[in-house]
Design a protein around this ligand. Structure first.
Ligand code: NDP
Length: 297
């Protein structure tokens, strides 16, 4: 497979962030509106700290306002809910993201439910899930939104394509299926009880793997020429280097790249798109809250 068939998520995300930056400049000039994103981190999980730092940097680089709230891991549910309430009523905050996972003493669902659906930058609130399913102005979860953007960029019109999504989580699999259905694909959602996963995957013109099992999808599960989007992020030991790890996806890349028409690899595919889509969601949320038509990003 030639390199141009490998989707460069880093470059795509950089382009998207540049477009977001231009949209923000216009919103400031024409509407005196600076989109603002609040990110809440509870505890000191090192991976979450890195994510939050990157989100903060990307938000500022796009010309937006960033509000970072880092709370100790002893924070009670009541304290977190009262912060969410303050952010819900703060006019400078248009998007709110609470970094998951949360410490054991906090009920994640209660926190997600407390976020104003209009400011739900992650699109996890049940109102947004419902709007996505019923067809309305939903906030769409960032990772599947990024996958859809990459697919449309590479394939153009997705109408009539057979799409197979492996994984049915609320944050990736289900919203991905919904977005591809809205794009007029014919959808199959697979999961751990799917009877013949390889045969089902082989039907796919578009195959999205969101499972969390290293290199589970083999090359001979892929229809020649299919578009393959690997969402999985798995840390596996580096052969011959004790104590060191490398990231692999849910797709066996070396086998798949020779069969697929286009493929989003891990790392460097879907991952970089997630933060860019978070910024895009915040711009969309800010516009809707002000009654302005959101820019087409
Ligand atoms: P979940 O664990 O919530 O869901 C995994 C899904 O995979 C479930 O629906 C499960 O089925 C299914 N599954 C598990 N084993 C098998 C199997 N052997 N055959 C078929 N299906 C199987 O994971 P997430 O959706 O949250 O995440 C999936 C992957 O994507 C993870 O690696 C995660 O790290 C990554 N991810 C990446 C992001 C990014 O920014 N790039 C963002 C979010 C996630 P069942 O429902 O039957 O249990």
């Amino acid at each position: 497979m030639a390199d141009e068939n490998i989707i460069d998520g880093k470059a795509f995300a950089a382009d998207l962030r540049a477009r977001i930056g231009e949209a923000v400049t216009q919103l400031k000039a024409q509407h005196d509106l600076t989109p603002g994103l609040a990110v809440v981190l509870v505890g000191a999980d090192p991976a979450s700290q890195v994510y939050v730092r990157n989100k903060n940097k990307a938000t500022l680089e796009a010309g937006m306002q960033s509000f970072e709230h880092v709370l100790p891991d002893t924070t009670s549910q009541e304290e977190l809910l009262s912060l969410i309430e303050r952010l819900n009523s703060d006019d400078a905050v248009h998007g709110i993201l609470v970094q998951l996972p949360l410490p054991d003493q906090i009920d994640e669902q209660a926190v997600i439910d407390a976020i104003d659906p209009a400011k739900d930058a992650d699109g996890f609130h049940v109102i947004n899930t419902g709007r996505l399913a019923a067809g309305g102005d939903a906030m769409v979860p960032c990772t599947p939104l990024g996958c859809l953007m990459m697919l449309k960029d590479r394939l153009g019109d997705l109408s009539g394509k057979e799409a197979v999504i492996v994984g049915r989580s609320n944050i990736v699999g289900k919203p991905m299926a919904q977005l591809l259905l809205d794009a007029n694909c014919t959808i199959t959602i697979c999961h751990s009880r799917t009877a013949d996963l390889p045969a089902t995957c082989r039907r796919a013109d578009i195959l999205v793997a969101a499972v969390g099992r290293p290199e589970m999808v083999r090359g001979d599960w892929i229809k020649p020429g299919a578009a393959v989007i690997d969402v999985g992020i798995n840390r596996v030991p580096k052969p011959g280097e004790e104590g060191k790890f490398r990231l692999v996806g849910d797709v066996a890349f070396d086998e798949a790249k020779d069969v697929a028409g286009v493929i989003a690899p891990v790392p460097g595919g879907v991952g970089p798109m997630t933060i860019a889509c978070l910024l895009a969601n915040t711009v969309t949320a800010a516009c809707r809250q002000k009654g302005i038509e959101p820019p087409a990003l």
